[in-house]
Ligand binder design. Structure first.
Ligand SMILES: [Fe+2]
Ligand SMILES: [Fe+2]
Length: 171
């Protein structure tokens, strides 16, 4: 006789945590879109800037694109593992107004500030996921802590770039 596999009694797949699981999936979807938009914005801003000083920013953003893409894939995979469905592109709503191309392509400070804003938003949202998963979903918790560390590193790097411009009175 066929029998249905039993449901886990503990953890994120437990019956009693169904609501928490649905909530975490929504947080992960938002994180997924944030990464996707960041990939778009970083491609844009790793190509547009002009000038000698732009090269460091361009190179740094080029590296970040791959990392952010990896984050998007991790979030997508986790959505599925939790029995969610990764959203399609028609569900996408852009939010990064601060990372649109500046009026002048030599305006590197605009790009640096935009990147810091994007990374800060990610850091805030991922801290929220870490808090929401702390008790109930150690696997998502662990994954997001690792990603959070990457974003903190990105933010720190670009803060350093901004400091240089500030010290020269350019920002
Ligand atoms: Fe990321
Ligand atoms: Fe980042």
């Amino acid at each position: 006789m066929a029998s249905t596999p039993r449901t886990a009694a503990r953890g994120i797949f437990a019956e009693e945590n169904a609501e928490a699981r649905a909530e975490i999936i929504e947080l992960l979807k938002k994180a997924y879109w944030m990464e996707i938009e960041t990939v778009m914005s970083y491609i844009t801003n790793s190509v547009n800037p002009d000038g000698v000083r732009a090269q460091e920013i361009i190179e740094s953003l080029r590296e970040d694109i791959q990392e952010e893409l990896g984050h998007a894939q991790q979030f997508a995979a986790r959505i599925k593992e939790l029995y969610g469905v990764v959203p399609g592109s028609m569900d996408f709503t852009p939010e990064q107004s601060y990372l649109q191309p500046p009026e002048h392509q030599t305006d590197i400070v605009h790009v640096i500030k935009g990147v810091i804003e994007a990374e800060t938003g990610a850091i805030e949202h991922y801290n929220q996921i870490v808090e929401a998963t702390e008790e109930v979903d150690p696997v998502t918790n662990d994954m997001v802590i690792d990603i959070l560390r990457d974003e903190e590193g990105h933010r720190r790097l670009f803060e350093g770039f901004l400091r240089e411009y500030e010290s020269e009175g350019l920002a």
